[in-house]
Design a protein around this ligand. Sequence first.
Ligand SMILES: Nc1ncnc2c1ncn2[C@@H]1O[C@H](COP(=O)(O)OP(=O)(O)OP(=O)(O)O)[C@@H](O)[C@H]1O
Length: 337
Amino acid sequence: MVAHAPLNAAALPAHAVPAYAVEVRGLTKTYQASGKTGPKQALKGIDLAIPRGAVFGLLGPNGAGKSTLINIMAGLVNKTGGTVSIWGTDIDAHPRQARASIGVVPQELNMDPFFTPREMLELQAGLYGVPKAERRTEELLEAVGLRDKADAYARSLSGGMKRRLMVAKAMVHTPPVLVLDEPTAGVDVELRIQLWEHVRKLNREGSTVLLTTHYLEEAQELCDSIAIINHGTVVACEPTATLLRRVDAKALTVLVDRDLDAVPAELSAFTAELAEPRRLVVRYQPSRQRVDGILAALAGAGLGVVDLSTEESDLEDIFLQLTGGAHARKEIAHDAA
Ligand SMILES: Nc1ncnc2c1ncn2[C@@H]1O[C@H](COP(=O)(O)OP(=O)(O)OP(=O)(O)O)[C@@H](O)[C@H]1O
């Protein structure tokens, strides 16, 4: 286990605060062959710089290498090549200090059902060597809304409470970098929104958050920047807004003032379809075409516009584009089910 180090971001002198919470350069990982399975190159030269204070999303289809990357950062898996710094500390040069700078909330809710939240946090702090006087058990219970469940058996907690307890557990040693692995996998919509709010709160309070998710909506909603990895390679790493602008396609839905039986010829410069007798859907490329051009064409066809709305492309379009269609589409559909 790692020794406790006072690594609260706020407690560090200004010069000790790194620009990047996590820096990964040329990271490779090859799992050795075992049994009938040959060696597997899971990471093929990853470069990533996660800015301090970010909520950073790590996306990729199953088997892309996300868990391998996180586990190397957390000191749970040995890398094959490259360098990794956590909060300015190289994981090879100072492995204990690097591990003390990161807290990982795993996907599985692995907890002893007969321990109470308070006991669990105390135990975890002990494992990290946090001296009794410096423990933050009560503060953390309060922060994750479990004060009134502090002495209840873990088995009596709801799924959402258990997840929040896992977050508190990952924070007992006050790591400036918090990794959430699929934080809302399998939770209902209401709880997901509650957990998102909680992640935002942790971030506002100073944690740099790295999260992996299969839910593209979640990444779009929460993350300032997103890296997409596929087959062990980073295929995109950009601020979310920049990434979203990559797909140059929008749809304009127009409700017109009379029934149509076909798309008017005046709209032939656009890709349009008649969804209902009075509802036209016109697809266009914002970089090349403007909405007033579409409206002028509608006016030219003698149509009045009763109402209209536009629909942006979303992360799903980009994800599919970058990770290769059918396979990824199947995975998303599967996750949504
Ligand atoms: N211990 C291991 N031994 C051998 N191969 C492994 C091991 N762990 C992972 N792999 C392989 O490395 C590749 C990357 O796996 P990894 O678990 O990092 O992907 P992932 O992006 O986290 O996937 P998921 O979204 O399914 O969790 C996969 O091909 C996987 O089969």
